[in-house]
Design a protein around this ligand. Structure first.
Ligand SMILES: [Zn+2]
Length: 291
C-alpha cells in the first residue's frame, strides 16, 4: 500500500517544486496550467499502489539483479545471469552495452533514457516479455525493473498517461472463474487488463494451483488475443516448467513436452500459448545452477 494518499503525494511534490512553489499549477500566457510535478505525483502514487510482495522489490534497480541471494550465493548460473542482463537491456534500450547505458546517477540515467529507451516503442511494436525461473531467481525483480523503466521513460518523453497494471496469475484466474454461487467473470477487472498499456502477470504456474473450478478459458483467450491485436506489451513471469513448453528444451522427450503444452493450454488457453511462442515475445530463462 502507498505510504501516502494521492492527495498527500500531490502536496509533497508541489512543496518541493521550484516551478509552482507548492501551488500545483502555474500561469502560461495568463492561463493556469497544471504543473508537471503533479504528473510525477500521480505516477508515484500509481507505482506505490502496485500490489507486489515483498514491497522492497520496488526499491530495487538494475544493480540489485546480481543472480545471487544474500547468504545463499548464486542462484542462477553465470551464463543465465549474463544473458538475462543483456536480454533485458535489449528489451528496454535496444542495446546491450551495459557500460554505455547504465549509470548510478539518476540525471545521467534520465539523459540516457532519452537517447536509448525503447520501452514506449513497445506500445507500437507490441513486444512482449516472458521471464521464467525458479523461486528466488530474481524473475519478479526483472519485471519490476521494466515497469520502472516504463515510468521513467514516460517522464522523460512527457507521456504521463502511459498506464501499467501488475497482477498475479492466481488473481487473474480468480477473476475469470465462475464459482457456481453467483460469482461470475469480473468484467471490469478483465477490461482493465485488456486496456492497460503494460501488463505484468506475476507468479504464473503451469497448472492452476488452488483452483478447483475451471477458469473461463474464453475470457483468457480474449484477454491475450486482444492485447496482441492492440500491440499492448504483456510481461509474463512464471515457473520454469512453462519455459519447457515454448523453448526447444534440447532433449528428446517430445511426449513430456507435449503433455506440458496440453496442461498449459488447458489452464491458460490457446492465446496464452500463442503469445508465449510468438516471435514478438522475448524469452528470458533464469536457469538455476552455480558458476
Ligand atoms: Zn510544481
Amino acid at each position: 500500500m502507498p505510504a501516502l494518499t494521492y492527495e498527500q503525494y500531490c502536496e509533497h511534490y508541489a512543496r518541493q517544486c521550484d516551478n509552482c512553489k507548492g501551488k500545483r499549477r502555474y500561469k502560461i500566457d495568463g492561463n493556469w496550467t497544471a504543473c508537471p510535478c503533479q504528473q510525477k505525483a500521480a505516477l508515484k502514487f500509481r507505482f506505490e499502489s502496485i500490489p507486489i510482495q515483498p514491497e522492497e522489490l520496488k526499491r530495487l534497480t538494475w544493480k540489485d539483479f546480481t543472480g545471487r541471494v544474500p547468504k545463499k550465493g548464486s542462484v542462477i548460473s553465470g551464463n543465465a545471469y549474463q544473458s538475462a542482463r543483456k536480454t533485458l537491456l535489449g528489451y528496454c534500450f535496444n542495446s546491450n552495452d551495459e557500460k554505455a547505458i547504465l549509470s548510478n546517477d539518476f540525471d545521467v540515467m534520465q539523459e540516457r533514457r532519452r537517447l536509448y529507451s525503447c520501452v514506449l516503442d513497445h506500445l507500437q511494436d507490441g513486444q512482449n516479455l516472458a521471464i521464467f525461473g525458479g523461486s528466488e531467481t530474481g524473475k519478479s525483480l526483472l519485471a519490476m525493473i521494466v515497469i520502472k523503466e516504463v515510468i521513467y521513460a514516460s517522464l522523460v518523453f512527457g507521456r504521463p498517461n502511459v498506464s501499467f497494471r501488475w497482477t498475479r496469475g492466481s488473481e487473474l484466474l480468480h477473476a475469470v472463474t465462475w464459482d457456481g454461487e453467483g460469482k461470475t467473470v469480473d468484467e471490469a477487472f478483465m477490461w482493465d487488463l485488456v486496456a492497460t498499456d503494460y501488463l505484468v502477470i506475476d507468479d504464473v504456474y503451469l497448472e492452476r494451483k488452488g483452483h478447483s473450478r475451471a477458469p473461463d478459458v474464453v475470457e483468457l483467450d480474449r484477454l491475450f488475443s486482444e492485447r496482441m491485436i492492440r500491440s499492448r506489451p504483456t510481461i509474463i513471469v512464471g515457473e520454469p516448467e512453462i519455459a519447457t513448453c515454448v523453448l526447444g528444451n534440447g532433449g528428446n522427450d517430445i511426449m513430456a513436452k507435449k503433455n506440458l503444452r496440453k496442461t498449459l493450454i488447458h489452464s491458460w488457453g490457446i492465446s496464452f500459448f500463442k503469445l508465449l511462442s510468438d516471435k514478438k515475445t522475448t524469452l528470458l530463462h533464469l536457469e538455476k545452477g552455480k558458476g
